[in-house]
Design a protein around this ligand. Sequence first.
Ligand SMILES: [Zn+2]
Length: 383
Amino acid sequence: MSDAPELPKKEEEEEEVTPEQEEHSDDSSEEEATGDTEMDFLRNLFSSALGLGSAEKVLDELSLDGVARYIKSGKCRNIICMVGAGISTSAGIPDFRSPGTGLYANLQKYNLPYPEAIFQIDYFKKHPEPFFALAKELYPGQFKPTVCHYFIKMLKDKGILTRCYTQNIDTLERVAGLEGEDLIEAHGTFYTSHCISFGCRQEYSLDWMKEKIFSDDAPRCDKCSSLVKPDIVFFGENLPVRFFSSMKMDFPRCDLLIIMGTSLQVQPFASLVGRVSKSCPRLLINMERAGQADHLLGLLGFGGGMDFDSDKAYRDVAHISTCDDGCLALADLLGWKAELEELVKKEHARIDSQDKKEKASESKGAAAKASTVTVAPESKKEE
Ligand SMILES: [Zn+2]
């Protein structure tokens, strides 16, 4: 999963979505363009072991205030956000990794051989039903983006968001107004779907998939009758090509990394924190600390891990709170709080009115089909 994968199916998409990236990679030398993870790794190892590479202290204080002052200084123009399930929990989307409350605990009814099977590509090809039943239960359209999602949108509107790297597949970043080019959906997305037959690879839209999911049929390709799967990355599948190409371009020029709602335990996503320059401040907004350097690796001189409060700490800030509270606090320090709250209010009202319209037209359709059944049996009993 860690090396640049060959995914022919994604190539057309790549060219369409990121013409800007193509230009950038032309700028870099041949070596850089093909430069791989091992080279970076060795470079980092040698430079940290030999004390090379400048580690400038950019923040005047390792706190949220320090970060806010840095953003306000105007020197911070390329912000990367790295986000995980924690930014969507306040939208009501369960974090399937947390035991008990998580998704895996609710999977018993599907009679899976083991819980992870539901996201395993080989199992899916034989038994797609459990996945689609779950997809129906968790259908992305039923949720609203959070304060945190809209904070990221504000960074974009202010022209200082380089990109948002998300591990989430709930598409809430897109609902909040980020576009394909603003996003790296590292674990894929429900936004598009493809026929799983390699000879076909027909693309299908979210609306098409939604209709199939809610009709309880496993979606079949209109052209070749193979299964159609949302473009989320299953176990046993590669990460999107764009993850690797954008990563090489974005992180070296990043001047503030904001990590939210992730415990940085899933690779290769977690390793991204080590790809920014040594001077780049890194802000973690999360319910617990994460990404700290392993002690042994630290002794060996590996950089990359987060260091919030050792005597050598100079750039990492941990703000322990929910992602929404952390974003509100940061917005407040930036003088953006009222604007952020207004944006959330306006967008949520828009989504609610859209939902109402959809429901109204759905129930109109249903009423036309069965005009005699207007009162549910339950409500009769109560009378
Ligand atoms: Zn097909």
